[in-house]
Design a protein around this ligand. Structure first.
Ligand code: NAD
Ligand code: TDX
Length: 357
């Protein structure tokens, strides 16, 4: 099969390709990525010369470029990962989120609709998030039937893209599957997200900026468990269905940061208390969702999926990965990310929102 993966140079897309390209020599993988600040081709070093892998730099929101890729490669399956993915950025500048997440998804769906009618064995797998459902209180979990109630421009743009994907199934019969997943962590995550930011700041003795009181709760999943679940849904899930993916590992942000301090201390021989002393409470994120939790009964019952990694083992692996890949970190931190930090956070005092960045 010819398989198009969008956003394959980002965090989850690169983990997906690193797992699937060597495992499936019978398939050809085409990675379509715009190479935004969040991308890093170094994440794909292990597979870039594989005979069943091709990279194409293109923008999913540019219909002409997408048409060229479809005409050249005629993909049978599409795994759609590409997105602007950071909530804080969406608050500072929502336009790119509408452009990539909404228009980009629409352009891809149109490219498939134009070519796939009357052709069998096609699949559009739309990768989405638990954030489309908004915030939970202290109890309960999102099911596949929960009403959409997004809080941030990021989650609103992902919600819109989910609706388009499902509408193309209902209206045009496009073979669509949707997965909504909880917070991922693991190797190759861009260091603007909580876990890699805290690991690197702890290593470098910088403040650890915790939003609000640090009591917000996220349901963490190791990235490879997410990738395996996506492949399982694509190969064995039902067309037109939505499946939830989640770790069942709910943690308060402050507890995550404490655990990271402990692990970084153990791995580097430092004193954990000196790392915990770096914790700095900063202004809360506007519209900050209090808690996410995913009910994953459907994927477990129907497809027998189970996450393999526990939070403790996955987090230690992740800490070790960042310790051993400083060149990767320097590469993603240079260039566009450094300029963005300078534009948006320069000149603010250490206890402001930028503490430790
Ligand atoms: P990421 O920001 O690390 O990577 C996104 C990739 O998409 C980058 O390589 C970037 O260059 C590419 N991209 C962005 N705009 C593009 C465009 N216009 N055209 C082509 N490529 C473009 O994101 P991630 O964390 O790997 O997330 C991947 C997907 O998974 C997203 O759809 C996200 O909403 C979803 N998701 C993420 C998480 C999480 O915790 N990270 C959880 C659930 C769902
Ligand atoms: O410096 C920080 N301090 C802090 O307290 C950062 C970056 C985050 N936080 C908090 C905010 C959240 O409650 O940590 C939690 C996690 O924050 P992020 O890593 O920014 O993730 P989140 O906003 O939960 O969204 C992530 O999971 C769902 C991904 O970025 C999304 O792409 C995905 O859809």
């Amino acid at each position: 099969m010819r398989i198009l993966v969008t956003g394959g140079a980002g965090f989850i897309g690169s983990n997906f390709l690193n797992l699937m390209v060597p495992r499936h020599p019978e398939h050809h993988f085409i990675n379509l990525d715009k190479l935004t600040y969040a991308a890093n081709l170094a994440s794909l070093e292990a597979i870039c010369d594989a005979p069943n892998y091709t990279f194409v730099q293109a923008d999913i929101a540019d219909a002409r470029q997408v048409d060229q890729v479809f005409d050249a490669h005629d993909p049978e399956w599409v795994f759609h990962f590409a997105a602007e993915s950071h909530v804080d950025r969406s608050i500072l500048g929502p336009a790119a989120f509408v452009q990539t997440n909404v228009i980009g998804t629409f352009v891809l769906l149109e490219a498939c609709r134009a070519r796939w009618q009357g052709r069998v064995g096609r699949l559009f797998h739309h990768v989405s998030t638990d954030e489309v459902y908004g915030s939970l209180g202290d109890t309960g979990a999102f099911t596949e039937e929960t009403r959409y109630d997004p809080s941030s421009p990021y989650s609103a743009s992902k919600a819109a893209s989910d609706h388009f994907a499902r509408a193309y199934h209902r209206t045009y019969g496009l073979p669509v599957k949707v997965t909504n997943c909880s917070n991922n962590y693991g190797p190759r995550q861009f260091p603007e997200k909580l876990i890699p930011l805290m690991i690197l700041n702890a290593l470098e003795g910088k403040p650890l900026p915790v939003y609000g009181q640090g009591t917000n709760v996220r349901d963490w999943l190791y990235v490879e468990d997410h990738c395996e679940a996506i492949w399982l849904v694509a190969t064995r899930g039902r067309v037109g269905e939505t499946y939830h993916i989640g770790g069942g590992t709910e943690k308060r942000n402050l507890d995550v940061v404490h655990t990271i301090c402990q692990l970084v201390a153990e791995e580097t021989g430092r004193d954990p208390d000196s790392l915990r002393a770096l914790i700095t409470y900063v202004a809360d994120r506007p519209g900050h969702d209090f808690r996410y939790a995913m009910d994953t009964t459907k994927i477990r019952r129907e497809l027998g999926w189970e996450p393999r990694e526990s939070f403790e083992t996955g987090l230690r692996k992740t800490v070790r990965w960042y310790l051993n890949h400083r060149a990767w970190v320097e590469q993603v931190r240079s260039g566009e990310y450094a300029r963005w930090l300078e534009r948006n956070y320069a000149g603010r005092e250490a206890h402001g929102k930028d503490a430790g960045r």
